[in-house]
Write a protein that binds this ligand. Structure first.
Ligand SMILES: *Cc1c(COP(=O)(O)O)cnc(C)c1O
Length: 417
């Protein structure tokens, strides 16, 4: 190994600390097996419990038997399968769009579409808390980047007003912010697009399958059909498998299929993944009971945490963060919960600003009420051991609450963009 490289990675590792993750001995689900023990898992994006659903598994197995395990090249070079084509039709339908194009991940979809639609002479207006893959897509684009404060439409408007000189203006936002569980104010953003002649791209990674009467996402939730030009989503969260997509007009999709580099320069998804996703979309549109179960679980869990005095940061979705503040305390909190049989993610820098570390729980339809109850009890026990909540009900509040809120406001602008 080169001495210069070795020196560089060692120094960086000393600064960053060792990477770590758990190794699962079971499929994803409300409960998982780790180190031979059963844990309640609240850290997957498996919103509808589809990652191990028998209907999806069967569809994937059949596709492997018919088409094998690999596609061997990009679709534009070695051909597609009927499953990929059908999946795109079904996704377009789900999103109320004319057409869709499947990418290998949501990350690849963002990395492909943003530089393709926002070009030299244009400006991209991006929420400061947008997902890292949107940030990277913006970096790949030759357009000017204009970051606006999180969900701050007055700031967005100010920036739009100053950006009239650009050829095109694009606003891009997550529909659901993955670290906080907030929903973007899409109707107001659409109105700003109309006022300032901008077009809108929304990232529905945490919204598809979760929001909207048929799981269509934020656009369906707010009744904004036809108002959003670029609809991005993932097949890896609520839809249970892996992949990403862009939905939009026929012209947009035809253009992306010619120019999006993350579509052209990569081997396409195996038919098995496309088949699992196709089965997922069909299941989701047919059976609203799964989504009902998800939201029942969310209500049950949030009310339990709120009763204990936890700050769930105004979450409006199944993503329920529990604000702790100090990163080391958050790490200890997660570690003790794990020992108590509850697996949650500690989220700290660089995912979120310093001093706003949190435990992020994600509630799914796969959770049983008894497990959510056990989780709430474990939260109460461990936070008492750590001195984070006092024992008198009237004074129940996370001790670090006020300080942490202040840190959160101050630290917003430290997000890496
Ligand atoms: C997860 C996520 C992505 C990336 O999707 P993958 O399919 O996992 O690559 C993009 N945007 C947001 C908001 C996400 O949460």
């Amino acid at each position: 190994m080169s001495r210069a490289l070795n020196h560089f990675v060692r120094e960086e590792n000393a600064r960053l600390g060792a990477p770590s993750w758990r190794v699962l001995e079971s499929p994803q689900g409300g409960r998982v097996r780790i180190d031979g023990g059963c844990k309640i898992s609240l850290c997957s994006n498996n919103y509808l419990g589809l990652a191990n659903h028998p209907v999806l598994k069967e569809a994937a197995i059949k596709a492997i038997e018919k088409y094998g395990v690999g596609t061997a090249a990009a679709r534009s070079l070695s051909g597609s399968t009927p499953i990929h084509e059908e999946l795109e039709e079904e996704l377009a339908d789900l999103k109320g769009a004319e057409a869709a194009l499947v990418f290998n991940s949501g990350n690849a979809a963002n990395g492909g579409v943003i530089p393709a639609v926002a070009v030299d002479g244009d400006a991209v207006f991006s929420d400061e808390l947008n997902h890292g893959s949107i940030v990277d897509g913006c970096r790949l684009s030759r357009a000017e980047k204009k970051i606006y404060r999180h969900n701050d439409l007055a700031h967005l408007e100010e920036r739009l007003a100053a950006g009239r000189g650009f050829r095109k203006r694009m606003i891009v936002t997550d529909t659901v912010f993955s670290m906080d569980g907030h929903i973007a104010q899409l109707p107001e953003i659409v109105a700003l697009c109309e006022k300032y002649d901008a077009f809108l791209m929304v990232d529905e990674a945490h919204a598809t399958g979760v929001l909207g009467a048929h799981g269509g996402g934020g656009v369906e939730h707010f009744g904004l059909d036809g108002k959003v030009d670029v609809l991005m989503g993932t097949l890896g969260k609520a839809l249970g498998s892996v992949g990403g997509y862009i939905a939009g007009s026929n012209d947009l999709i035809a253009y992306l299929a010619r120019v999006a580099r993350t579509f052209l320069f990569t081997t396409s998804l195996p038919a098995s993944c496309a088949a699992a996703s196709l089965a997922a979309v069909r299941l989701l549109r047919k059976d609203s009971g799964i989504r009902q179960k998800l939201w029942d679980n969310v209500t049950f869990f949030k009310s339990g945490l709120t009763r204990l005095g936890f700050d769930t940061m105004g979450s409006q979705t199944p993503i329920v963060p529990i604000l702790v503040g100090d990163d080391e305390i958050a790490r200890r909190f997660a570690e003790r919960l794990f020992r108590a049989g509850v697996y949650v993610s500690k989220i700290g820098p660089p995912y979120v600003p310093p001093k706003t570390s949190r435990l992020r729980t994600i509630i799914t339809a796969a959770h049983r009420e008894e497990d959510l109850k056990k989780t709430i009890d474990a939260f109460e026990r461990v936070s008492r051991q750590l001195g984070l909540i006092s024992s008198t009900p009237a004074a129940r509040r996370t001790i670090s609450h006020f300080k942490t809120r202040r840190n959160l406001r101050r630290a917003k602008s430290c997000i890496i963009q």
